[in-house]
Write a protein that binds this ligand. Structure first.
Ligand code: NAD
Length: 257
């Protein structure tokens, strides 16, 4: 039987067909889930509507994670139209381009605030709204997307690395808060993939090549491989896993010299 049959899931973070969140949306849909897929800003609405038109049982709604009123409206619509929520994928991240190029010491107060707000606090803000709906259904699963730059220094990853460290710590605190209600909170730390977000990191192709040269599997990962791991964490197979950062990176994280 499909792993997410009769489950309702919220997917935040689809920008285009290369988005990791899009691969996860497709996989969750194939496993039988009904989905609410959000877009951030009108510029992306057409893209997201066009992509999701290929899937059954999808509602498309706006969600800019810096806008509390929009997040409130999103969850009100989910309650009205779906009556509940079983899982949520958080794939939103943003840093100002200049902060991904200049030395880290040059990070501006505003750049730091924005990166941490959009890439880390948003998980807390969305989870707070999702949790009562999941609790009402006896539990749920929340998943976010991180990167090894949270623990190690990667050239030009800069403030995004700091945001990912905050994101992973937030996963643990949320897991502790929400666990008694049967809600699990996890992250996948994915290997580098050429997406819109990655295009903001100068020298990204060097990072990709380093993984091909040095990861135990001698390759990079694909979005559909991240999606397979996501289904494990979102679905019943991951029922005893929470507060975890699962590395889906061809093993690169384990390597020293
Ligand atoms: P992407 O550009 O397709 O996705 C990033 C998403 O963040 C976009 O959909 C964008 O609309 C959304 N976003 C930005 N600002 C937002 C806001 N204010 N409100 C709501 N959404 C907003 O790129 P991706 O690589 O698929 O990124 C998805 C997640 O995966 C990110 O958290 C990213 O850091 C993480 N990740 C990416 C890689 C990689 O190499 N691509 C590796 C590890 C982790």
């Amino acid at each position: 039987m499909a792993q997410l049959t009769s489950k309702v899931g919220l997917i935040v973070g689809v920008a285009n067909k290369r988005s990791i969140a899009w691969a996860i949306a497709q996989a969750a849909s194939a496993e039988g889930a009904s989905l609410i897929v959000t877009y951030a800003g009108e510029r992306l609405e057409d893209n997201v509507r066009e992509l999701t038109a290929t899937l059954p049982n999808v509602t498309v709604l706006p969600c800019d994670v810096t806008d509390d009123a929009q997040m409130d409206a999103l969850f009100a619509s989910i309650t009205a139209e779906h009556g509940g929520l079983d899982f949520m994928l958080h794939g939103a991240a943003y840093a100002m381009r200049e902060d991904l190029a200049a030395p880290f010491t040059q990070t501006s107060r505003e750049g730091f605030r924005m990166a941490l707000d959009i890439s880390a606090y948003s998980l807390v803000a969305l989870s707070r709204r999702a949790a009562p709906m999941m609790a009402e259904r006896g539990g749920g699963s929340i998943l976010t997307l991180s990167y090894l730059g949270s623990e190690r220094v990667f050239t030009n990853y800069n403030v995004m690395g700091v945001a990912k460290a905050a994101l992973e710590a937030s996963v643990r605190y949320l897991a502790s808060d929400l666990g008694p209600q049967g809600i699990r909170v996890n992250a996948i730390s994915a290997g580098p993939i050429k997406t819109l977000a990655a295009s903001g990191i100068s020298g990204f192709s060097n990072i990709l090549q380093t993984y091909r040269d040095r990861a135990p599997l001698r390759r990079t990962v694909e979005t559909n491989e991240v999606a397979d791991a996501a289904i494990f964490l979102l679905g019943p197979a991951g029922r005893a896993v929470t507060a975890e950062v699962l590395m889906v990176d061809a093993g690169f994280h384990a390597m020293g010299v």
